[in-house]
Design a protein around this ligand. Sequence first.
Ligand code: ATP
Ligand code: MG
Length: 252
Amino acid sequence: MTRTLAIFNQKGGVGKTTTAINLAAGLALAGKRTLLVDVDPQGNATTGLGAGKSTLEFTTYDVLMGERSWRDAMISTGVSRLHLLPATLDLAGAVVELADVPGRELCLRNGLREVEAAFDYVIIDTPPSLGLLSINCLAAADCTIIPMQCEFYALEGLAQVEHTLRLVRRQLNQNLSLFGILLTMVDARSRLCRDVIDAVRTQYRERVFDTLIPRTVRIAEAPSYGEPVLTYDKRGKGAGAYQALTQEVLAR
Ligand code: ATP
Ligand code: MG
C-alpha cells in the first residue's frame, strides 16, 4: 500500500521543503519507489532537486487542474527511484482558477489516483500559510509530518496545526493522522532550544520523532547544488540525521 505523507506546517521557513527533499531521497535510497510532489508555487523542492524550471513541460499545476495525469508531469531526479512532480509560479494561478469549482479541495487527491501502482511513498511538500493548496495537500494525504523550529512560540504553532488537522478530518479526510513532529534546525548549545524540545516531548510524547535535525551549513547549501544533503554530503551530520529520520519512518 502506498503511504502518502504531507510535510505540513502553516508557518513558513520551518524546514518543510528540506525535510520533504531529504526524506523522499532517504526513502528512495532505501529502495522505496518514491514520488515527491511539489505543491508550493515557490517551487523550492523543484529547484532543490536540480530541475530546471524553464524546461518543464507539465507541472503540479496541470495535474491539479485535471488537465494532465501525474504520469505526464513527473520527471526523474538524480536519485534513482525518486521522481518529482515539479512546481513553478503557475501554481499560484490554480488557487484563483479553482475558486468556484465544486470539490476544489479534492483536486490533488483526484490527480494522484492510481499512484499506488507505481510508488511505495508519496511525499508532499506543502506551501506556507493556510489556503486552498495546503488543504488539497491534507485532503490527499494519509499522514502528516510536522517540522518545527525550536522557538518560543513552538507550542502555540503546534496547537494551530492540530486545529487545522481537526478541521480537515471533520470536513474532508477522516483518515488523516499525525505521523510525527520533527524538530529541525536544532542547536544543542542553545538553552531555549533544549527547553522547547523538553516542552514538546512532554506534551506530545511518542508523537515526536527521536531524531533531531541539527542546524548545519551543509543542509543549507545542498539545494544550491540541486542535491539532497543525503548525496551532497553523505557522511555529514545533516545527512546522518535525515538517514535516521528515514529509518524511523520506515519502522513506524
Ligand atoms: P517555506 O515555508 O518558505 O516553504 P520551509 O518550511 O519549506 O519554508 P525550508 O525551505 O526547508 O523551510 O528551510 C528554510 C531555510 O532554512 C532554507 O534556506 C533552508 O536551506 C534552511 N534550513 C532548513 N533546514 C536547515 C538545517 N537543518 N540547517 C541549516 N539550514 C536549514
Ligand atoms: Mg518550503
